[in-house]
Design a protein. Structure first.
Length: 292
């Protein structure tokens, strides 16, 4: 099985830099990434993938599922400028009587709406918390921990907003509201506010906050600066599923972002190549403001 997975990864790497779609194992996600890049005058000039098996599932009707993790690196050229994008994929491959038959990426956001809470918008607090947001420190933190987890904080299965909160805190955003989970923005003593960990709560908290960490909504992604935040509603149903932080810009001045849950760095902000992407996707673009 490992040898077959190795061959599959070799084909996916070749697909990244090939202009042919004839392979029987063509990965739709890679084609979406290439199409998105082509529309931005970019291309993948080199790709690399390393993987490891996480778990071999129980055989059922002669089919054995194998969960594995892949670290992809893409060297991207856009308008004469190069940058490196990285991402971690969690995938499942099915083997029928030991022979590979199907491969798919797990969708980490499928069950994220289980985190719904009734107190998303209870954020008002009078006390003032002066701070100056250090965007570079926030981005440095985002780069350091994009593919690992700071042991000083609790880790979650859907970890995207927890990771973004840590980045914002590293940039100087002050915690407030403890111990009320529906108030403020905080993680302390093994507990946390909804706004710290739940994407939909952070989406409402940042532009609604009247003290401490807060943000202003802008109309388009190109208005964002490094250290700013993008919120994603993949289904377009009004509840936001995912959060990223801007860590760079591409050759056209559009945001590149880092994220957790499926860990990635310097990924194009629109997530058009994500398995969670739908035509109904909605975004919120939030620029962090100082409180002085």
């Amino acid at each position: 099985m490992r040898d077959q997975l190795h061959e599959l990864l070799k084909k996916r790497v070749q697909q990244c830099v090939s202009h042919s779609r004839s392979s029987i194992h063509t990965c739709p996600k890679i084609e979406k990434k290439k199409e998105s890049l082509s529309g931005r005058s970019g291309e993948i000039v080199k790709a690399q993938a390393t993987g490891n098996v996480i778990r071999v599932g129980k055989e059922k009707e002669d089919v054995t599922p194998v969960e594995y993790r892949v670290h992809f690196k893409y060297l991207i050229k856009q308008k004469g400028i190069f940058y490196l994008e990285e991402e971690i994929e969690e995938r499942i491959a099915d083997f029928y009587k030991g022979v590979f038959v199907e491969d798919r990426e797990k969708n980490p956001f499928k069950d994220s709406k289980k985190e719904e809470v009734s107190s998303d918008r209870e954020f008002e607090e009078e006390e003032r918390y002066e701070y100056e947001y250090d965007r570079m420190k926030a981005v440095q933190y985002a780069e350091k921990w994009w593919n690992t987890y700071n042991p000083a904080y609790k880790k979650f299965d859907v970890d995207c907003t927890n990771y973004i909160s840590q980045c914002l805190h590293a940039g100087g955003g002050p915690m407030r509201g403890y111990p009320n989970r529906g108030k403020g923005w905080w993680m302390r003593s093994g507990n946390w506010s909804y706004s710290w960990t739940v994407a939909n709560s952070m989406r409402w908290y940042l532009p609604s906050s009247n003290s401490g960490l807060r943000a202003e909504e802008v109309s388009s992604a190109d208005q964002l600066l490094i250290g700013d935040v993008i919120c994603y509603d993949f289904q377009g149903d009004g509840r936001f599923d995912h959060t990223t932080i801007v860590t760079g810009k591409d050759a056209s001045g559009m945001p590149l972002v880092n994220a957790h849950t499926y860990n990635s760095r310097m990924r194009y902000w629109a997530y058009e190549d994500s398995t969670a992407y739908t035509p109904n996707i909605k975004y919120k673009f939030l620029t962090i403001t100082d409180d002085q």
